[in-house]
Design a protein around this ligand. Structure first.
Ligand code: SF4
Length: 221
């Protein structure tokens, strides 16, 4: 089986370096609202195609008061829009949040199903969101949520050569020791937002430059 050279050193350097940055709200251990699988699910839906700062503000406005499917259903779609604006696709998301709350009450007694494949049956929930709910909502091991950063960076490092997030998820599971899976998403999202950014990454202040093949990196700072 292929393995990543210096994997321990790489994870330890990233962990140490990234403590100075603010973590995304979805994976942050301490939140200003009740941390449950439901609030994780809703916050993750809000984060799709939305900057972290905006996601954080929308999550706080909605979830500090309305943190269960029952409470959400007391809100009109218009009210949800006013609480989550300006997240991307706020109208669609407001509709989805109500639909999902309704489904959870009708099918799952108001709880979020603790099953990856069941999560995928919820309207608007894809692999990334389902993985996030399993890792950060249920604190389960054995999942790696892949977003754009988690897909881009391992390809740049030369660990994998993949075209889709799903392929990345499968390949990473073969080469990253399982005890790093829980930390992977949080570390690489923070790293991708701050140093290994999509266009012109900050290689000159990268803690793991020594181990990076910089695949397809044509411009860096
Ligand atoms: S050296 Fe540059 S491309 Fe490689 S991981 Fe660091 S920031 Fe990203």
């Amino acid at each position: 089986m292929k393995h990543i050279e210096h994997v321990e050193e790489i994870f330890s350097l990233l962990k140490k370096d990234l403590t100075k940055y603010r973590q995304p709200i979805v994976s942050r251990p301490k939140k200003e609202y009740t941390d449950t699988p439901f609030t994780t699910l809703i916050s993750c839906l809000l984060s799709l195609r939305t900057k972290d700062k905006v996601t954080e503000q929308a999550s706080l406005q909605l979830l500090q008061k309305y943190d269960t499917p029952e409470k959400i259903l007391r809100l009109s779609e218009q009210k949800i829009i006013s609480l989550i604006y300006p997240v991307g696709f706020y109208k669609t998301k407001a509709k989805r949040i109500r639909q999902i709350s309704q489904t959870l009450i009708e099918k799952y007694n108001g709880s979020v199903p603790e099953d990856f494949n069941e999560l995928l049956t919820l309207n608007g929930v894809g692999r990334k969101t389902a993985n996030i709910v399993m890792v950060y909502g249920f604190k389960k091991h054995g999942y790696i949520p892949i977003d754009v950063h988690c897909h881009r960076i391992p390809n740049r490092l030369g660990w994998i050569n993949t075209k889709t997030p799903e392929e990345t998820e499968n390949e990473l599971k073969k080469i990253i020791p399982e005890h790093y899976w829980d930390d992977f998403n949080d570390l690489f999202v923070t790293f991708g937002q701050t140093i290994c950014v999509p266009i012109s990454p900050f290689c000159s202040r990268c803690p793991i430059e020594l181990f990076c093949k910089k695949i397809l990196v044509t411009k860096h700072r």
